[in-house]
Ligand binder design. Structure first.
Ligand code: GDG
Length: 457
């Protein structure tokens, strides 16, 4: 069987359990698997009281879905431990938040080795194996050790760490061996590729499989959801005259406290004659079982409380903070209604919210995207107002500029951004990754298609 004709085997930490999955990445993988046929493998979720051995089939059809169980110890050491208390903070430049405990490295390796055995049992010659994210960095090395010689690709959804941060990892020397075992090591941006190259330069010639595949969204689907939703319609009175929207999982990498401080800098310079702008921050909690996440909420709420205390008026609450999940369609509608999208992570692999905000806008009267230079999306989305999220004054000035921007400039910026979001959408991303995995030549110069200057303004 030729390499290209094989099935696709996708491996990700979580696997959708519903019949018709929603959400951009999940839908894209679902489509790729439906088209090509194959298998999707992921963990069954939280810790299981009586974990089953091996893989359990949970769905079949155009392709099959299989789950593997995690024991309490696996969950503690692999998921909450090495993946989310070591790799996540380190890759997001927060080495200070790393919490290495005995057994974590071993637990992480054990889950990967066990999974490699399960994959080796079902993989046939010619199957393409596509591994997702930092939970499974050593999987290809573990597969190679079992004699699996299929093409194996990886996609890292989060940033690749700088060469100077990597030594903070326990067993840091293993990282390049893990990477080298993949045929293609996909990352979000050219900056990530450069970081991998810089790390690899230390051991000359060992790793040259890094490639940038900036992930996209389904812009048409998102726009349609935004138009169909009436959620944005009646918000003006309850929220103030202008709406600034932030949407993030509650995570320290998203820079929410810095964002509130940036908004505070805007409030401090605001004139009474300026419109009243409300920052609506939607931040559903995530990973509450990881220690480093426990203080975020209190810190955020006290920052919002202090700002509201200082600036609120009888008819205006400057910061509205919603700590629950909002349905996708409603969220899309609110994004469409928003005048400003405030996307200011301190570190982010890509950041899909930036692209969703652009897709949701009315092109005839679009809102303005303010984007952190530390979001992977900034590499493509240079027509946003790019800010340094650590500099509250700069962020405050950008908010002021966005709120007073002329319609012509808003339209020009939005048209350039939308063109990129549409050209390099989720289907383009999936196809580019799969072509590379299949060993086909791919054309990948994202910046060339995106770069648009604003010289026309
Ligand atoms: C990782 C990388 C990379 C958020 N709150 C609600 C909600 N969301 C949706 C957003 C968006 C998604 O969740 C978040 O995606 P991001 O890309 O912003 O961030 P991560 O979850 O950290 O994802 C990231 C991504 O992987 C893909 O490679 O871009 O850099 O960290 O779609 O809209 N959706 C709904 N309710 C909410 O309250 N329905």
């Amino acid at each position: 069987m030729s390499q290209k004709g094989g099935r696709l085997i996708v491996i990700s930490n979580r696997i959708p359990t519903d019949e018709t999955p929603s959400g951009g990445l999940v839908v894209a993988l679902h489509e790729a698997l439906t088209e090509r046929g194959g298998i999707w493998i992921g963990s069954s979720g939280g810790p299981q009281e009586a974990p089953r051995e091996g893989l359990t089939q949970i769905a079949s059809g155009a392709y099959s879905r299989y789950a593997f169980d995690l024991s309490h110890a696996d969950y503690e050491q692999y998921y909450l431990g090495y993946a989310n208390s070591v790799l996540w903070p380190l890759f997001h430049r927060r080495a200070d938040l790393i919490n290495v405990q005995p057994g974590m490295v071993e637990g992480y390796m054990a889950v990967n080795e066990r999974l490699a055995k399960m994959v080796a049992e079902i993989a046939q010659p010619g199957d393409l194996i596509w591994v997702h994210d930092y939970h499974f960095l050593p999987l290809a090395a573990a597969l190679r050790a079992l004699g699996v010689d299929n093409r194996v690709g990886f996609f890292l959804h989060i940033p690749f760490p700088t060469a100077s941060d990597v030594p903070a990892l326990p067993q840091a020397d293993d990282m390049l061996d893990w990477v080298a075992a993949y045929d293609v090591f996909g990352m979000q941006t050219e900056t990530d590729v450069q970081r991998l190259d810089a790390l690899a330069a230390r051991v000359e010639g060992k790793v040259n499989n890094g490639r940038a595949f900036p992930i996209g969204i389904d812009p048409v689907g998102y726009r349609d959801a935004a138009i169909a939703s009436a959620a944005g319609d009646n918000m003006a009175l309850s929220l103030g005259q202008k709406l600034i929207i932030g949407v993030d999982r509650l995570d320290y990498s998203k820079g929410l406290v810095h964002r509130f401080e940036g908004f505070g800098a805007y409030l401090a310079q605001r004139q009474d004659s300026d419109p009243k702008a409300t920052l609506l921050q939607i931040a559903p909690p995530s990973r509450e079982n990881v220690d480093a996440y426990q203080d975020i909420r209190a810190h955020l709420e006290s920052t919002a409380g202090a700002l509201n205390g200082e600036y609120a008026e009888l008819d205006w609450t400057p910061i509205r903070y919603i700590r629950r999940n909002v349905a996708r369609e409603r969220l899309a509608g609110v994004m469409r209604r928003a005048d400003v999208g405030l996307v200011t992570p301190l570190a982010d692999g890509m950041n899909l919210v930036a692209k969703e905000f652009v897709a949701a806008q009315d092109p005839d009267d679009p809102g303005v995207l303010i984007l952190s230079s530390f979001a992977g999306a900034a590499e493509q989305m240079q027509d946003a107002l790019i800010v340094n999220p650590y500099d509250a004054t700069e962020m405050g000035d950008a908010i002021q500029k966005a709120l007073s921007m002329s319609l012509d400039e808003r339209k020009a910026r939005h048209a350039a951004l939308l063109d990129g979001v549409q050209t390099q959408d989720i289907h383009w991303w999936t196809q580019s990754c799969l072509d590379a995995l299949a060993g086909e030549r791919v054309w990948l110069r994202p910046l060339a298609t995106w770069a648009r200057t604003l010289s026309a303004l």
